[in-house]
Design a protein around this ligand. Structure first.
Ligand SMILES: [Fe+2]
Ligand SMILES: [Fe+2]
Length: 317
């Protein structure tokens, strides 16, 4: 199967498909390099079939045609509105359906359309958080145990939405913040995979390369005329430090865009609480405590305080 043929499909996670309901789109299975029609639109997945399917779902074997993407998203939305489904299952469907779409967005060379396509995902998350008081808790508990960029970006986005909510952002601002957070590391497209995936510490030259991702990101975003300054700032300034010794510009305090100050926090938080090959993930409150004590001065202190509220709310829920 050529890359071009593969581009006609997008990946889905089978955990988003529940038995006992008609699926309005065909589902394909990638088998020995060929797309095999697995479930025809209008067919219903039986429990038995679901189980044998789930056993095969390695995360990248099931696909739907690109032209059915809207149908798939509508279908996810219907699931989100079901009364007979608990909040945790809904959180799972929402996250899993978004992760699969994110994987494809991250490969899309057209950043402008990737940004546009990501907006409905963000609004779905905002709606879900509004409707379900436990949303944040469940979403955080589902957060990735691996550190692929798209997983990381989705989690940073979810935390940023939580932080933005506590900080009193309105819906429009939240949507912009969510999209900005999703694309904060877009510049990593220009960092070599060897460096991104390296297990263990980077040498000096590799680190220099890695530290250039905010500039690379700005260059990518600047190629598209309609991208807001806030989205660009979140990308270019998220490694700046409140005390002025971050990179690349070494700006400080209020000079740093609020979106970038938020991402600085949620980015580090996600890195500290996510399982990577070479670290043991920290517990939520331990991570924030380290950010407050050992990394003192790096973050906007009021925002860091608000991060406690996000996590406290999560605990209380
Ligand atoms: Fe980054
Ligand atoms: Fe990041």
């Amino acid at each position: 199967m050529t890359g071009q043929e593969l581009a006609q499909y997008f990946r889905i996670r089978l955990s988003t498909i529940h038995p006992g309901k008609l699926t309005p789109f065909d589902i394909y299975l990638l088998l020995d390099g060929r797309m095999v029609l697995y479930l025809r639109a209008g067919d219903q997945l039986s429990d038995g079939k679901i189980q044998s399917l789930h056993a095969r779902d390695t995360g990248n074997s099931f696909f739907v045609r690109i032209e059915d993407q809207q149908k798939y998203r509508n279908w996810v939305r219907e699931e989100m509105n079901r009364d007979d489904l608990d909040s945790f299952s809904k959180a799972k469907i929402l996250r899993e359906s978004s992760v699969a779409i994110m994987e494809d967005l991250f490969e899309n060379p057209d950043v402008n359309s990737a940004l546009d396509q990501s907006r409905p995902i963000i609004t779905d998350f905002i709606k879900f958080m509004e409707r379900e008081p436990e949303a944040m808790q469940f979403l955080i508990s589902l957060s990735g145990h691996d550190f692929y960029t798209y997983n990381h970006s989705l989690d940073v986005s979810i935390y940023s939405l939580g932080l933005g909510t506590v900080l009193g952002f309105n819906k429009v601002e939240l949507e912009e913040l969510g999209v900005a957070s999703l694309f904060h590391d877009v510049g990593k497209r220009h960092v070599s995979l060897d460096i991104l995936c390296k297990k263990g510490a980077l040498d000096e030259a590799e680190w220099e390369q890695m530290k250039r991702h905010p500039q690379y990101g700005l260059q990518i975003l600047n190629q598209h005329p309609n991208i807001s300054d806030a989205i660009k700032a979140a990308c270019f300034e998220h490694h700046e430090s409140w005390s002025g010794n971050g990179y690349p510009q070494q700006i400080a305090g209020q000079e740093i865009h609020p979106f970038a100050r938020i991402v600085a926090i949620t980015d580090t938080y996600d890195a500290m609480t996510t399982q990577r090959s070479y670290n043991v993930p920290l517990k939520p409150l331990d991570a924030v405590a380290i950010m407050k004590e050992k990394l003192a001065g790096r973050y906007d202190p009021d925002m860091l305080k608000a991060m406690y509220s996000v996590l406290f709310k999560m605990k209380a829920a």
